[in-house]
Design a protein around this ligand. Structure first.
Ligand code: UDP
Length: 412
């Protein structure tokens, strides 16, 4: 679907669109190129698919290139990914050579498009070494790191640090995710797209038919958690919280997860969830395909409240998605959840299943408080976590590095 910036006026507010146009004025005609490692699949590709057209819509000459790699290359970069998030794994010397060679080849194939660009955003570690194979680059290069590199496995960081240090700037999703590097560092939080299938408004009839298809009783409250079946998302803790609250309230629980067949951990967690569910007909464990965006949208809208009881979390886009739909979120005190769940305003932060159960009862017994929180939740996302804010921050970073990395940007 092709979207234009003006399509976002309803969701974000017309003044936000005007501000973006003003901010982008000095950048009109400038060449911007994003580079990542896949055109489909994963949050980065999803964001670029929207961000690049919107940059063009604002008058920039924006493009998107992809580094091509062999299976061996992706194996190495997956090891980087795990190691940067703290897992003690290191690629073999041969793997490191493959990584460098793929980047050298990319410098030959897509390099000419990058050498002339005014701004190049290199996303994550996969294409990061292109820069060192392009000595003739002209514009500003930014390493956009989407993962938590705050506690990397040291040998891998020792390899990557000299690769990313020569960039003009780097960008992280949260301050806590960054590493010290010898250039300006910026924070840009992720965002959701209010026009995507996952987040667009749905007819009430679609919401109720999805709920009915999954066997939910329309007359009773529903608590929903959408998450991969991963221990850090604590689905068992959610079931424990539900059991405690269920003594007092006729609730139904929906745990929505993916059909991740290549993840042995995921299978084990799913088996544990099924065991914990026992034969409770009010606990619905749903395995949906990865493109079931509208269905997840409908289930989030059907929820009386949403849980995200993570023990560890990156940013927690499921929290943003729920708040945008006006659902108070009971969230684990972890990662980006604490940026989004403002205690007593957009939801509650909890540390234990007992705490979560207590907050479930609190919310389900107070429809007026929920209505107030719903309003605040939606406004909070509108002001902070929509794609339009994301775009604004990209523009601001471009203006800042263009003017020499100062900490003030003058807008005409
Ligand atoms: N999601 C999905 N299907 C699932 C589980 C998750 O589409 O079965 C989506 C969810 O709606 C959200 C994203 O995957 O958009 C998960 O992002 P989040 O930041 O919450 O967690 P991550 O999986 O990246 O740790």
């Amino acid at each position: 679907m092709s979207v234009a910036l003006r399509d976002y006026a309803d969701a974000a507010g017309p003044e936000v669109i005007d501000a973006l146009e003003r901010l982008a004025r000095p950048l009109r005609g400038r060449r911007v190129v994003h580079v990542n490692s896949t055109r489909v699949g994963g949050g980065v590709a999803e964001i670029l698919a929207r961000l690049v057209p919107l940059m063009n819509d604002l008058g920039m000459d924006a493009g998107w290139e992809v580094i091509e790699g062999t299976q061996e290359f992706y194996g190495v970069t997956k090891t980087f990914h795990n190691a940067l998030q703290g897992v003690p794994v290191t690629p073999t010397p041969r793997g490191l050579e493959v990584y460098d060679e793929m980047n050298r080849q990319a410098a030959r194939t897509i390099g000419p498009a990058l050498a002339d660009a005014d701004f190049v955003f290199i996303h994550d570690p996969q294409p990061a070494a292109i820069l060192r194979h392009l000595p003739s680059r002209r514009g500003r290069w930014v390493w956009r790191c989407h993962i938590d590199v705050s506690r990397p496995h040291r040998p891998v960081w020792k390899f990557l640090r000299p690769i990313v240090a020569p960039y003009d700037a780097s960008v992280y999703s949260m301050a806590a995710f960054a590493q010290p590097l010898p250039h300006p560092q910026y924070i840009i939080a992720p965002s959701i797209d209010p026009l995507s299938d996952k987040n667009r408004p749905l007819e009430e009839s679609e919401v109720s038919s999805v709920a009915a298809r999954h066997g939910l009783d329309p007359s009773r409250p529903v608590v929903v958690q959408v998450s991969r079946f991963d221990r850090f998302k604590d689905p068992i803790g959610v079931i424990q919280a539900y059991r405690i609250a269920k003594r007092h309230l006729p609730i139904q629980l929906v745990l929505v997860g993916g059909t991740a067949t290549d993840d042995p951990e995921g299978d084990a967690v799913l088996a544990a969830v099924r065991e914990a569910r026992a034969d409770d007909p009010d606990v619905h464990v749903l395995l949906l395909p990865p493109d079931a965006h509208r269905e997840i949208n409908a289930l989030q809208r059907r929820a009386s409240l949403v849980m995200q009881k993570s023990l560890k979390e990156g940013f927690g886009l499921t929290v943003t998605e729920a708040l945008w739909k006006g659902k108070p979120v009971i969230g684990g005190r972890a990662g980006g959840i604490v940026l989004q769940v403002v205690d007593h305003h957009t939801g509650f932060l909890v540390d234990t299943p007992e705490g979560a159960a207590f907050r479930m009862r609190y919310l389900l017994n107070r429809p007026n408080a929920v209505a107030l929180m719903a309003e605040k939740a939606r406004r909070f996302v509108r002001e902070n976590f929509l794609l339009t804010r994301h775009l604004r921050e990209y523009l601001t970073v471009m203006l800042a590095i263009d003017s020499g990395g100062g900490d003030q940007v003058e807008v005409a």
